[in-house]
Design a protein around this ligand. Structure first.
Ligand code: 26Y
Length: 799
């Protein structure tokens, strides 16, 4: 019995310190006298990691023994955030580390600064994956996350003359102390080739080499893993003959080509060159992960018919959808199951989460490309399509247009495989990520599929980790919440936050609440601590409408120039976020924001009244500093475009008030915190859709609104260094996301925000009620919903 051989590592200060020194000597191979800060960091990481690894070993043993139903999460992205502080907290060693580090001569702060976050994701979808893994472990669910170990994560954003420039994110250059390599579990992945009489003969083969990171549960013993694949050349690919002939580049050509597959996270897919490589990445992830899942199934099971009962595989958007034809291939070609038998197993194994409403974000792959890279998979997709279309024809005889819309193959203007249709067809459950989003999916994007298979569709509203985004990000407020509630049980049951509601009427508690929030603002150190901190932090996209916030900023600036003594509430407006490198419109907005920020900064009239700050390289590390300090949360997307949002939840939980449209999860936030504690503005989804469908003329708003006209004229006249004219033109000529239509409603609502801010007692009351009523937005609740609606897996607790 594995468990009998393990003794938990010590939790006293002496034991921790002894282990730290021992790791410094024996694993880091250095001494106290010569230890660098990096040595101290890596040694501390190992000492903390060991404590989790011991729990991991016991978790694995318990899982093996109970042969449970497994939840497998397949995601091309994970934005795990910095690991050190989380792992200190989850291993109960937060208090032990500072004293132990002191013996090495380093402060906790300088060591924590060396903890590099693995930026293996772009934004919301990747961070959601990380929050769900955290909650799965916290709820003791046997689960594994699968992903790609990109050498280069999401680019580092810098500003050069206000313009975004992208620098490579070499996150693991120094090695990653949190990572366990597992080279023995390598897999082989084929690409290209041809279909011969014996089946698919790949023309190129690469190895997938896994490593894993530990995913500890909070307040429980369970430690799960996320397994990340790295592409390697098949062995002996080094061409010694060419090398000897001086052809150094050619000698490693094959290795380079193989390793390129996991080289870099795609920040978008707008370059043609990268598309095939992205498809290769997707298949690489899927193929390695499925073989690993099958290997794990076989430890304790012999009968394929048990596979769906023991396995649920969640597809995080369509990026891993090739898993559906890949499992068909494994079952039919390699395991020799009958097609119908295999299809019934596949259809009961997979579930699909959709994260978008933008038609242009639905993935499709050219049939030519897919057929060249994966000829057998294309054939399997055609076979699945035949059965699908036969079912459609028999249910809706004569409805040719419906058949055309539902086909897995788009015909015009180019033949392409529709990955979302494949994902809906090959799964037993499809969910959107907020109530409104799920409703819109069944009434628009997937209306035809919902008519055919109504029971397949469901909603699971997103959530966020209260450990990372309240406890770790906001320790001061967390302590206050714990003292207000009389216990820290809220960290595992966030609905308990409702117990704070009565304290909103307690002036002493309100005073403490304000004090903690002010400390967070001082700690952030951006802008004036006395000013309202108004934040918009998220990826840059026109539908999210950073340009609307910017028009408001320019309007405020004009008002203070014309009438400084009547300006009212001082504000710091904070923007954070990255734009896809080839998304020129979004990059123009970034450049214009920086230009406006500089103009305001240079104007003495604005001093003490208005500032715009835009710290570069918004990531999880920075989010954890900004969110606790924020007073106002900007959630101003065009209604019907933001699937959910999760930053909105993080900000509300930390006591920021939201100004927002009825979009995504804003709707549910407002329902819960109360309409009186939420600043609503703008067109709702039906009104926005109707306006767009009509003959929308943005210029009529420009013509009839003096402040709006002044704001756009300022940009057009070159008031901000001649920057951003293309932004103004695009708003006046097209305004795809109805920025001008919502401008007046937004600016007027912002005046109400300012008026509310003047009454700090009332504002604080609203702030407390936002936190008290946001417990629903815990990722623990999200996972509980996935469990009861889709996964149906049970906890396995360590005895
Ligand atoms: C195919 C490729 C270009 C691609 C890569 C990344 C497409 C989409 C994405 C990422 C999408 C994403 O992050 N979506 C966000 O998911 C969040 C979690 O569900 C939502 O809260 C948010 O509204 C949605 O935009």
């Amino acid at each position: 019995d594995l468990r009998n051989g393990l003794r938990p590592l010590g939790t006293t200060p002496d034991e921790f310190q002894r282990d730290l020194l021992s790791n410094l000597y024996y694993r880091r191979g250095t001494t106290v006298e010569s230890a660098s800060a990096q040595d101290a960091y890596e040694t501390l990481a190992l000492t903390v990691r060991d404590r989790l690894a011991e729990r991991r070993a016991r978790t694995a043993a318990a899982h093996y023994e109970s042969n449970p139903r497994w939840v497998y999460y397949l995601s091309a992205e994970y934005l795990l955030g910095p690991q050190l502080e989380q792992n200190l907290l989850y291993s109960g060693t937060t208090e032990l580390a500072p004293a132990a580090l002191k013996t090495l001569g380093f402060s906790p702060e300088e060591v924590a600064a060396l903890d590099v976050e693995p930026g293996l994701g772009n934004g919301g979808l990747g961070r959601l994956a990380a929050c769900l893994l955290d909650s799965l472990a916290t709820l003791d669910i046997p689960a594994v996350g699968y992903g790609i170990r990109y050498d280069l994560g999401i680019f580092k954003q810098e500003f050069d003359n206000g313009e975004q420039v992208e620098r490579p994110d070499d996150w693991a250059f120094q090695g990653d102390p949190w990572e366990f390599p597992a080279p023995d579990d390598w897999q082989m992945v084929g690409f290209y080739g041809f279909l011969g009489p014996e089946g698919w003969v790949p023309g190129e083969v690469v190895h997938g080499e896994p490593s894993h990171l530990l995913i500890p549960g909070y307040g429980t013993e369970t430690v799960n893993i996320v397994r990340l694949w790295r592409a390697r050349a098949a062995r002996a690919s080094f061409d010694l003959r060419r090398f000897s002939a001086g052809q150094y580049a050619e000698a490693v050509e094959e290795a380079v080509r193989a390793e390129n597959i996991s080289k870099v996270l795609y920040p978008d897919d707008s370059t043609d060159m990268g598309r095939e490589l992205r498809l290769k990445q997707q298949y690489f992830l899927v193929s390695c992960s499925l073989r690993d899942i099958v290997r794990r199934f076989r430890f304790r099971n012999a009968d394929w018919d048990d596979f769906p009962a023991k396995t649920v595989i969640q597809l995080n958007d369509t990026h891993p959808t090739l898993a559906i034809p890949e499992l068909m291939r494994l079952l039919v070609d390699e395991e020799k199951l009958e097609w119908e038998h295999a299809w019934s197993l596949v259809r009961r194994t997979f579930a699909y989460t959709c994260h978008t409403l933008l038609p242009e974000a639905l993935e499709t792959w050219p049939v030519d490309m897919l057929g060249r890279l994966l000829p057998r998979h294309l054939e399997i997709i055609y076979l699945i399509n035949e059965a699908l279309l036969a079912e459609v024809r028999s249910r809706f005889p004569g409805d040719l247009d419906r058949v055309r819309r539902m086909s897995l193959i788009q015909e015009e203007p180019q033949r392409r495989v529709r990955m979302a249709n494949l994902a809906v067809t090959g799964t037993f459950a499809v969910n959107g990520v907020a109530e409104l989003h799920s409703q819109l999916l069944t009434s628009t994007t997937f209306a035809d599929f919902a008519a055919l298979w109504p029971d397949r569709f469901t909603n699971v509203t997103n959530g966020v980790s209260p450990r990372r985004f309240v406890r770790l990000a906001n320790p001061g407020l967390s302590t206050l919440i714990t003292s207000g509630l009389g216990s820290d049980a809220w960290l595992r049951d966030l609905s308990l936050l409702s117990g704070l509601a009565p304290l909103a009427d307690d002036p002493a508690f309100r005073e403490q609440w304000r004090t903690e929030r002010r400390h967070a603002k001082e700690a952030l150190g951006l802008g004036d601590p006395g000013a309202m901190l108004d934040v918009m932090i998220k990826r840059f996209h026109e539908y999210k409408r950073q340009q609307l916030k910017l028009l408001h900023v320019i309007t405020l600036y004009h008002r203070l120039r014309d009438n400084p003594e009547r300006f009212g509430v001082p504000r710091t407006v904070l923007f954070g976020g990255k734009a896809a490198p080839a998304y020129y419109a979004a990059k123009s907005i970034i450049r214009l924001i920086n230009a406006v920020a500089a103009a305001i900064e240079a104007d003495p009239k604005a001093y003490g009244l208005l500032r715009v700050v835009f710290p570069p390289n918004y990531n999880v590390t920075l989010a954890e500093k900004i969110i606790p300090a924020a007073d106002l949360s900007e959630q101003i997307s065009m209604a019907g475009k933001e699937a959910s949002g999760t930053g909105n939840m993080k900000l509300a939980l930390n006591g920021a008030l939201t100004i927002g449209t009825l979009d995504g999860a804003n709707v549910e936030i407002r329902d819960r915190v109360g309409a009186g504690n939420f600043f609503l503005f703008g067109l709702d989804t039906p009104a926005a859709a109707a306006l767009r469908a009509s003959d929308y003329r943005p210029r009529t708003y420009y013509d009839s609104d003096d402040e709006l006209r002044a704001a756009l004229d300022a940009i057009l006249s070159g008031a901000f260094g001649g920057v951003g004219q293309e932004v103004a033109h695009s708003l006046l000529d097209r305004d795809e996301y109805l920025t001008l239509a919502d401008y007046r409603s937004y600016v007027d609502k912002q005046d109400e925000v300012a008026a509310a801010w003047e009454d700090q007692e009332h504002w604080t009351r609203m702030s407390i009620l936002n936190t008290a009523n946001s417990g629903f937005f815990s990722a623990d609740r999200t996972v509980a919903d996935y469990l009861s609606r889709i996964w149906h897996a049970s906890p396995v607790r360590l005895s």
